[in-house]
Design a protein around this ligand. Structure first.
Ligand SMILES: [Fe+2]
Ligand SMILES: [Fe+2]
Length: 129
């Protein structure tokens, strides 16, 4: 699976399964372009929105339970992703499927994977293991 490695595991099964899910979905996001069909693009947005809302709240609940010191900063990053996703999706709804919006979406998802999961989620994982 793309980029997943065991040292990213938090040990909380649901969170780890969701992380694997977003790594899997990244290949789909990277394959989108302005000629992709509307349904494929829309399904990807719906997946990401659902993922953000459910995964982030689950992770934040675990952080509250563990009394994680980095909670505030971590939550700010989650909120940033949701706001960016909202902006990109609004762009597509207003202007149609366009390369700029899809490029922004790809950067966001890569940034999320490369930086957020491997740095911020990893810090939380290290603090509870
Ligand atoms: Fe996170
Ligand atoms: Fe996460």
């Amino acid at each position: 699976m793309l980029w997943w490695r065991e040292n990213l595991a938090t040990g909380i099964k649901r969170i780890d399964d969701q992380h694997k899910g977003i790594f899997e979905k990244t290949e789909k996001v990277l394959s989108l372009d302005s000629s992709s069909d509307k349904k494929a693009v829309n399904d990807t947005f719906i997946f990401l929105m659902n993922y953000c809302v459910n995964h982030f709240s689950e992770e934040e609940q675990a952080m509250l339970e563990y009394g994680y010191k980095g909670f505030k900063h971590h939550r700010e990053q989650h909120n940033y992703f949701i706001e960016e996703l909202y902006k990109i999706h609004t762009d597509v709804k207003t202007n149609g499927i366009n390369e700029d919006a899809l490029d922004s979406l790809k950067v966001l998802v890569i940034d999320w994977l490369a930086n957020h999961i491997s740095e911020e989620d990893k810090k939380f994982a290290d603090s509870i293991n």
